[in-house]
Design a protein around this ligand. Structure first.
Ligand SMILES: [Zn+2]
Length: 336
């Protein structure tokens, strides 16, 4: 995908495009940002730009030159089959090994097959073991002419400081909902599904694409109801805490769903009866779950959920955070 088709990352894309068009590309870049926001896609676009033999000087819908996206070089790069553009990814999904880096170092000194540029994309770069990272550093310190290294990572701080200092960092923010919707619609989702998945994806296109929107919404609704029902009895509550806390990521997702629901419950409680802020259907759904909980109780529930989210961010034990939250919720809504 050439630069002009990348959605929602205008700033990093503009920076790279200008550097390329002006012949000012750095030898090594580090693309940082949350997962699924277009870092790898942009790395591929940059590789296409430097390797395309017939770039467009004024493509429609874009500013400045761009790869053509259609020639043999561009299509081979997009398919991961160009001999001068290599993706270095962890072997067997674990780490990038020193052998892989030795391979890079050996080939970096050779001539390119076509043209002069050779591109290496490391994704995720933070999966380089320390010996591999040290070996890579040598290549980075004495780069052969025409080499371009692109390190892709969600955790810039996990790279060796010596590597970080030799790369120009390019930050990719989480994607805005409108851009997620566009990406989903490009993948054939209808408007309604795209909107639901975009809202639930936390700024990640990867996540949004993985979500089956209606099924996902139903699953979240079930979870929220289950949690509220569990407040009725202490043993059920403790069981629920255990289930929620099975893994940290699952608990984080559950908290997101709970918070969205609680916000709606608060809004339902605030809106004047004559001019409700929530659609009637949603209000009925909220009321069915929260029962006769007052607005003050709902706000306390919200605080307990935010506190749990905060605690997780500070590496609290998931089980402890979940139990504490449920107990506070139970206290807030006055269930005995
Ligand atoms: Zn091309």
């Amino acid at each position: 995908m050439p630069f002009r088709d990348i959605c929602g990352q205008d700033r990093p894309v503009r920076l790279l495009r200008r550097a390329w068009a002006g012949g000012r590309l750095a030898q090594a870049y580090c693309f940082t940002g949350p997962p699924g926001v277009g870092k790898r896609t942009t790395a591929v676009a940059l590789a296409q730009a430097v390797k395309c033999p017939s770039p467009l000087t004024a493509p429609s819908g874009g500013e400045g030159p761009d790869a053509c996206g259609a020639c043999r070089a561009c299509t081979r790069i997009a398919a991961g089959q160009h001999p001068d553009v290599t993706l270095i990814a962890p072997e067997e999904k674990t780490v990038i090994t020193i052998d892989q880096i030795r391979g890079v170092a050996a080939r970096a000194g050779l001539r390119a097959y076509e043209g002069t540029a050779k591109v290496w994309i490391f994704d995720p770069a933070h999966e380089m073991q320390e010996p591999a990272a040290n070996a890579f550093l040598k290549t980075l310190e004495e780069p052969a002419a025409g080499t371009l290294f692109i390190l892709v990572t969600t955790t810039f701080s996990a790279l060796l400081p010596t590597i970080r200092s030799r790369c120009q960092e390019v930050r990719f923010p989480a994607l805005a909902e409108e851009h997620l919707r566009t990406i989903l619609e490009r993948h054939g989702r209808n408007t309604e599904d795209a909107a639901a998945a975009a809202a639930a994806a936390g700024g990640s296109a990867e996540r949004a694409l993985a979500l089956d929107a209606p099924e996902f919404c139903a699953m979240r609704a079930r979870l929220v109801e289950e949690v509220w029902n569990a407040l009725d009895s202490l043993p059920t509550l403790l069981d629920q805490a255990e289930r929620l806390a099975k893994d940290r990521e699952g608990l984080e997702e559950a908290l997101e769903a709970l918070l969205v629901f609680t916000r709606d419950a608060a809004v339902a409680g605030i809106g004047p009866p004559g001019a409700p802020l929530l659609p009637a259907e949603r209000r009925a759904e909220v009321a069915r779950v929260t029962g006769d909980a007052t607005l003050a109780a709902v706000l306390q529930v919200h605080a307990a959920q935010r506190e749990a989210q905060q605690a997780l961010a500070w590496h609290a034990q998931p089980r402890f955070a979940a139990e504490r939250m449920l107990l506070k919720m139970r206290q807030a809504v006055g269930r005995k």
